[in-house]
Design a protein around this ligand. Structure first.
Ligand code: SAM
Length: 304
């Protein structure tokens, strides 16, 4: 999901106005005289039931919530109502000011910044918040993957992530073998993923063109990765470079190795070389990476 708002008539200075906000806009946007800006993925969630369901998913082990892309505070209100302490991250200054004022007496901190400009550790410090925490976000679609990686790979990762993404992306994140993708492997290396529910376009203002999905990621205490993560992802990327090809062909064409060596690697890892990339589990990718690392010194030169 995306976000920056364009002012139609700045209440106290701000950006020049463009056109009056649509009558279909939620009252908060009409009050702010803000027109959602596509370039920042501002599809605001207006369905109260969906908002309540997302807020409920943050419950459990902790009530400290880092919300990415707070907008005008629709989800923030539900989180606060449920008793959470909230650190809201929002790039749009007008929306930051509005949310700060709207919840001024509540346990809320705002980081008015690009979420990718600071590490999660720095964001937590700004919000005076300590782990464990839950991350939640109705994410702008143009930064979905980088934001998810930003938190999965963090020094201080959340315990749980609840993200609204395009439905098709959510399905890929939560897929299991034989329907794995590069994104699915990258996510599952760090977390257990499940698609909680699908959200129709009419739950948003303005409605996006496609369905969305809420995905829950329970982060692993220890990522299911071999020690050399870089090599792991190099092997996985090679496998998925030609997802319709049998694995030995895909690996042979993308990793430097003597002709035909991929079949031996796969055998060493206990994987049938006729299988395709989407059918491998994280554990099998890890075994394949280990087999690759064992074989590589004997080949005399490194791959590109
Ligand atoms: N949470 C609100 C809701 O559900 O109605 C707003 C969701 S809207 C899809 C995405 C929000 O993310 C927008 O308010 C937008 O301004 C904000 N945003 C976009 N890019 C951002 C970034 N790089 N860092 C932080 N916030 C961002």
């Amino acid at each position: 999901m995306p976000g920056r708002a364009r002012r139609s008539s700045p209440p106290q200075g701000g950006r020049p106005f463009t056109r009056p906000p649509s009558r279909a806009a939620p009252p908060e946007l009409r009050e702010l005289r803000i027109d959602p800006r596509r370039s920042l993925g501002q599809n605001f969630l207006t369905d109260e039931d969906v908002l309540a369901r997302i807020a409920a998913l943050t419950g459990g082990p902790t009530r400290r919530v880092l919300e990415v892309g707070a907008g005008y505070g629709a989800l923030t209100a539900h989180l606060l109502k449920g008793g959470a302490r909230v650190l809201a991250v929002e790039i749009d200054e007008a929306l930051c000011a509005y949310v700060r004022q709207r919840f001024r007496d509540q346990p809320l901190r705002i980081a008015c910044t690009d979420v990718l400009a600071l590490s999660p550790t720095e964001l937590l410090a700004l919000g005076d918040m300590e782990p464990p925490y839950v991350m939640v976000g109705n994410l702008p679609y143009y930064i979905t993957a980088p934001v998810i990686r930003h938190f999965l790979e963090a020094d201080m990762p959340p315990k749980r992530m609840i993200v609204m993404v395009q439905k098709e992306v959510g399905e890929r994140m939560a897929a299991r073998p034989p329907r794995m993708s590069l994104l699915g492997v990258a996510v599952r290396a760090y977390a257990e993923a499940r698609l909680a529910f699908v959200v129709q376009p009419h739950a948003f203002f303005p409605p996006p063109k496609v369905d969305s999905a809420v995905v829950v990621l329970e982060l692993r205490r220890h990522p299911a990765l071999p020690p050399d993560e870089e090599t792991f992802f190099r092997v996985v990327r090679a496998g998925f470079s030609q997802p319709r090809k049998q694995l030995h062909n895909a690996l042979n064409s993308r990793l430097w190795m003597p002709p035909g060596a991929a079949a031996g690697l796969l055998e060493d890892a206990g994987i049938d070389s006729m299988r395709r990339a989407g059918s491998l589990s994280i554990e099998e990718w890890a075994r394949l990476t280990e087999a690759y690392e064992r074989a590589r010194p004997g080949w005399g030169s490194d791959d590109a």
